[in-house]
Design a protein around this ligand. Structure first.
Ligand code: GDP
Length: 142
């Protein structure tokens, strides 16, 4: 299986609930390597840019308000089969539908405030990583 990159974002609800350490522990225990990480607060415009694919959705304004409401922690992760494995680890978008033991099932309050983002394809993983990190801020194998 190929080594892939995914961009995770520990969302503002994750930071507010002081779950950053716990969620990162689960991610590392599942075998993901952290290649880059920072904490920042997105502007509304930055959140709109990141979620541009959803701009026609009815929840776009709420989602981008939420994502710009406080600090978040983007993290570049690497692992074989990272895209699918990360989405299995976090569970379905709606925490009510997420499998037991997944991060969203255990910690998320709603379909919008669902603790963590994960890329949905290897191409988007690379493109989303570059939204937050220039290539020189992404470390090689440690
Ligand atoms: P993901 O790949 O599982 O994060 O889900 P999507 O790409 O479909 O949606 C992006 C983000 O938009 C989700 O993680 C949620 O934060 C939010 N979202 C998705 N669907 C809904 C919805 O029906 N209502 C609201 N309020 N937010 C949503």
């Amino acid at each position: 299986m190929a080594t892939e990159r995914t961009l995770a974002i520990l969302k503002p609800d994750c930071v507010r609930k002081e779950l950053v350490g716990e969620v990162l522990r689960r991610i590392q225990d599942a075998g993901f390597q952290v290649r880059a990480m920072k904490m920042l607060t997105m502007s509304k415009t930055e959140a709109e840019g990141f979620y541009a694919v959803h701009e026609d959705k009815p929840f776009f304004d709420d989602l981008t308000d939420f994502m710009s409401s406080g600090p978040c922690v983007p993290v570049v992760l690497e692992k074989e089969n990272a895209i699918d494995d990360f989405r299995s680890l976090i569970g379905a978008t709606d925490p009510d539908e997420a499998a037991d033991g997944t991060i969203r099932s255990d910690f998320a309050d709603s379909i919008e405030q669902n603790i963590v983002h994960g890329s949905d394809s290897p191409e988007n993983g690379r493109q989303e990583a570059s939204y937050f990190f220039p290539e020189h801020e992404i470390v090689a194998n440690t």
